[in-house]
Design a protein around this ligand. Sequence first.
Ligand code: FNR
Length: 376
Amino acid sequence: MSNEAVKSKLSPTYHYKDLEKQAQKKLTHEVFTYIQSGSGNEETLRANEEAFKKYKLVPEFLHDVSKCDLSISVLGQTFQTPFLLAPVGHLGAAHPEGELAVARAAKGYQVPYVASTVSTYTLEEIADALGDTPRWFQLYWSKDSELTVSFVQRAEKAGYSAIVITIDTPALGFREANLTNQFFPVREGYGLANYFQDPIFRSRLNESPEENWDAAIDELVKITFHPKLTWNDLAFLRKHTNLPIILKGVLHPKDSIRAIEYMVDGVIVSNHGGRQLDGAVASLDALPKVVEAVNGKIPVLFDSGIRRGPDVVKVISLGADAVLIGRPYVYGLAHNGQDGVEELFNHLLTDIDTTLATAGKSSIRTCQLPGFVNIR
Ligand code: FNR
């Protein structure tokens, strides 16, 4: 879609906080809090957004910016947008059409989608809704290794072109708000589909999920996370897939160096949107050291705290190859289903396009030239 077409579809007002409020109006207190909150005292959640204020762009003018190219390349694939959709589980809680509505919106704009293990719809259903849209599968590496292999092989068969292993979740973060509300999406029935439809998972149960729902959920909760997982286990997955493997949740430069040593194909600098280790470094503050350590050997992607066009441009300027957005598209979904996600895309694309033009850049790929971004 051309940028002019995108602009012509802009709705009159948009601000991230407005969108958050619109979503809040549509959701129960428990569900909104589940999406919006972070872990613990939410220090990291706040730090993620604050960090963006430290970095300033230094424009250069009198270049032809009549057309701005927003496309990027990662792992040999060209994406039309510099952002991908971060894996967000349990989207059926935000809207009945959940991941399918997001996937349909993504298809129209060719926004790459990273499907979560704990999606409300199966990875195959999401793939169908995406059509030819680029897609990756996010893996919560299960304690049940045969189930892990089954997920990866199903993803490969359904046209996912990379496996994103989330490494920052050996246990679930201490999310006090959800504990207070006693809201656990899996118990509410969101995020079960990939498990309940999986032949390996089903073979582990004495009775099918249809016969004994509670027992199936208990089994799922028992095996979803794998606190004993180590670097050496990566070789196991390598044996079972030819797809590129990307690690999500890298913050320490040493982990990015280990990733290269263990033949990983890419890393995502992320603190899970402030939902895991509270007190963790803001993602943006972690990025420059990871970029330096990786030194161009593998792609570096980024998420946590991106709300607007200049945020995307700052991250790319600091050396990331691409970014992922999380809560903004979930709020779009909650606000107005597929249309709400499309509206979010319109705004974000227009904002990025305008940011580039007003910075004197005709392509997002030229943002990494020295001197464009400064720390205050
Ligand atoms: C997430 N995130 C996440 N990550 C992941 O690897 N698998 C998952 O299933 C989920 N689920 C999930 C649910 C909800 C409600 C949120 C808000 C986030 C983390 C997500 O991929 C991403 O790292 C953050 O959302 C990025 O931060 P922002 O952009 O939301 O601030």
